[in-house]
Design a protein around this ligand. Structure first.
Ligand code: HEM
Length: 54
């Protein structure tokens, strides 16, 4: 069985190291978000901003 303690989400760094692909992943994220907004102009949040966990 694969298991782990829930320490919250990891994003691009969890311990002493930083993800070496962090800048590439950030760039990809920017491209995805801008294309998504351009393609679906009516896109909107499904809930209140307070529901988004930082
Ligand atoms: C959304 C995309 C990504 C997420 C969420 C992510 C997340 C992570 C995390 C959590 C770690 C471990 C950090 C630690 O040990 O504290 C890591 C390490 C690493 N990531 Fe990513 N990563 C992403 C994309 C990428 C990409 C695109 C590349 C390369 C093209 C990449 C290459 C690496 C490498 C080489 C390490 C090992 C760094 C080391 O051991 O010093 N990652 N990443």
């Amino acid at each position: 069985m694969i298991d782990r303690v829930d320490d919250g989400h990891l994003v691009l760094a969890a311990g002493i190291r930083l993800c070496l692909g962090a800048h590439l992943a950030g760039l990809e994220g920017q491209i995805v978000c801008s294309r998504l907004v351009r393609r679906f102009a009516y896109i909107q949040a499904a809930g209140p901003r307070s529901a988004v966990r930082p």
